[in-house]
Design a protein around this ligand. Structure first.
Ligand SMILES: Nc1nc2c([nH]c(=O)n2[C@H]2C[C@H](O)[C@@H](COP(=O)(O)OP(=O)(O)OP(=O)(O)O)O2)c(=O)[nH]1
Length: 128
């Protein structure tokens, strides 16, 4: 089975990262904390998919975007390949669900999808 290509943003401000909580009524991963982003459409580059998702989800455009890590995970029913981009820039993020800014240490104690398990460590080591 081919993996879903999911492009996600590690938005960083003053050493903290933005996470939003999935809808408690979502069919998959209800109420878990995740990085904003989503699936790339056919023919779309990962960075273009990320920018589109950030605009759609948060009404926000990053000033700087850099590839940070790729994480593959098999959920059994489907596989994901998370492409994580470090994103920075000013401006308000208009998040419709619960959200917050977390240090990697705080993030490690939040309930997140299994694919995200190694992310706090990766984010703690992200280039300044
Ligand atoms: N946005 C995001 N998705 C993640 C993360 N970790 C993780 O396993 N995923 C999974 C959840 C989803 O199955 C998929 C992202 O798809 P999506 O954003 O386009 O769709 P979705 O969550 O609204 O809906 P779905 O999968 O339930 O159809 O990747 C993460 O940190 N951020």
């Amino acid at each position: 089975m081919s993996a879903l290509r999911v492009c996600v943003a590690a938005i960083r401000r003053e050493g903290r990262f933005f996470l939003q909580r999935r809808d408690p009524l979502a069919a998959r991963f209800p109420a878990l904390w995740e990085l904003p982003g989503g699936k790339a459409e056919p023919g779309e580059t990962p960075e273009a998919a990320l920018r589109r998702e950030l605009q759609e989800e948060l009404g926000w455009a990053p000033e700087r975007v850099a590839p940070l890590a790729t994480v593959a995970h098999d959920y059994g029913a489907f596989r994901v390949e998370l492409q994580v981009f470090l994103c920075e820039g000013p401006g308000t993020l208009h998040a419709p669900l619960a959200w917050g800014w977390f240090t990697p240490g705080e993030m490690a104690r939040l309930p997140m999808p299994e694919a995200n398990r190694g992310l706090p460590e990766t984010l703690a080591c992200a280039p300044r």
